[in-house]
Design a protein around this ligand. Sequence first.
Ligand code: SF4
Ligand code: SF4
Length: 215
Amino acid sequence: MTKKQTGRNVFRIITEVLSLVLVVILLINGKLQIWFGIFAVGALVSVFAGRFYCGWICPMGTLFRPLGWVYKKLGIKRLKTPELFKKNWVRIGIFLLFIGMMVLTKVLKLKVDILPYMIAFSVILTLFFTEDMWHHHLCPFGSILSISSGFSKKGIRIDESVCIACGKCQKVCPSQSIIMLETKKRANKANECLVCYKCQDVCPVNTCNYGKLKG
Ligand code: SF4
Ligand code: SF4
């Protein structure tokens, strides 16, 4: 890993930890609705620059990271995302359920914050299943950002002409946004990418880079 990559990773970890601390402070003070404002800013940014919200400040992603580290150290393998959860209707259903719950708590004036329950649910799920199940298929925030970031002209791209098809990037990608082409080289679905840069850290030919997307 280059010095630049190490510096970026340190900066990202600081951002993640500060964001998590902010969530806890907002929760303690009963002001968690402010976080939805931060998410709205993240959604706006995603239209132009990709899903930095997911890879840099999302509290769920932040909690998944040490969990993944411990599992890797202990050599524990998690279950792969069941095919059922990869269906679009499941993602849409979860999203509608989330919106329905938000509306219901407002209409009934319930003093319930949904976010901590979502965080707890996502972490419990990730104890058993690989991270992509939440990031790519279930997270309602991720569903919104996968649409908004579809407009972005920038994101992580893989230069097919440089890729040597080693597959290292695909193995570490927490969102499983990297796909294998017929040539065995890899490509990235930018709207499902969390801009976490994990692929860049492991790519032996340095071809997973943030920049202008083709097409
Ligand atoms: S790690 Fe780099 S070289 Fe290997 S498959 Fe991914 S993009 Fe290609
Ligand atoms: S493609 Fe790279 S930057 Fe995007 S989520 Fe996967 S590992 Fe992270």
